[in-house]
Design a protein around this ligand. Sequence first.
Ligand code: SF4
Ligand code: SF4
Length: 398
Amino acid sequence: MSKDRDEFDVFRYEDCNLCGECLSKCRYLGLNVTGAVEEMKRLIAGEPTRTVHSRCISCYACDAFCPHDCHPYELILKTWHERYRKQGLPVRAAYLMPTSSPNFRTDMVGTMAPREQSLLRKWEATPPEGDLVLFPGCNLLTMPHLVDAPFMEGIVISGDLDLCCGEMFFRMGLFDEVKRTAEKLTRYYRDREIGTMLFVCPAGLNMFRNVLPRFFGAEFSFETRFLGDYLWDKVSAGEIELTGKLDHSIAVHDSCHGRILGDEVTGSTRKLYAAMGLELRELVTDLREGLCCGMAAGSRRCRPDDMFLAAVKELQAAAKTGADQLSTYCTGCRLMLDMMRWLYPTRQPVRHLLEYLKQATGDATVHRTHARTLRMLANVVIHALPHLLSRETCRIEV
Ligand code: SF4
Ligand code: SF4
């Protein structure tokens, strides 16, 4: 039994039968069942692990593998939570944190086209009220053009870069900051007239639906739904007309949160892809075994090389499918995989589900997201890399 339980200890000790499925199925640890069970025993006892904490890239898949919903992932994060309480974060992480000013996302706003900047101002000024409200999330706010489309008619978009869902903090084990985020969002949305909150980003959906209310005390009175699922209903009902069939083949990358949320995300997106004429090339047979885009791989040590190596693994897996393009429905994965292609060029451009939907509904506008991710990468190199070897630490203010 764990020696130190605190309010954030969400692992279900009583339900774990030490089957080892969670860690033996992990594609990053390289453990057999016996090794996985030994590591689970150490995690549960609060002892140092031999493999998990040196190889885990925070991909979240072990929660999806556990047949008893025990949340082994949160048990791993607990160690990082305790580390942060004692030591803080390496200062090189500061520029990547959503609450830092400036950060790698806020620095993109000034480089956007006037139309995109005006959308951001409008969404910041719009109150979150209505039957259908979209929580844009920080990654969409760096690519506002994705939802600048007639198929978004009837949806109120409200939010800005200060309204963070806390997902990055959660993945890094910064549980005190997630708790403060839960309190802030509960206050912000209290007494708002919202029917359903839509999420373009599976991470935001999982945070609002599961993580924040179940583990961090948030209270929301609205329903939550994945935007792709809503759009699929509209397409299948003929309310969104697909005027042009696309004829590419695509390797489909799933997001970590998409794998946790299941068919609402992974199924609706595939139906949309297929309805647009795209030929799907799956990267794995069991979707829970898909790889990380690289974003979460920075959680353990805040090191860019960890992120790069994880992204390359997925870019290589996608290339092996022979598909024309690599597609994802997650805005974070869209940015990350695209950014890493500047360092590890592949012949498959990265596209978001909504880029295809815009094309299939008659929007021929070309947006230079690939050039934007180069700027983003250059900014990260300028602001974060000089601190790579620094022992200085920092704290997050929510
Ligand atoms: S979070 Fe991902 S990398 Fe870490 S142990 Fe779980 S499955 Fe493996
Ligand atoms: S956390 Fe779940 S999968 Fe892992 S050992 Fe326990 S019961 Fe098995």
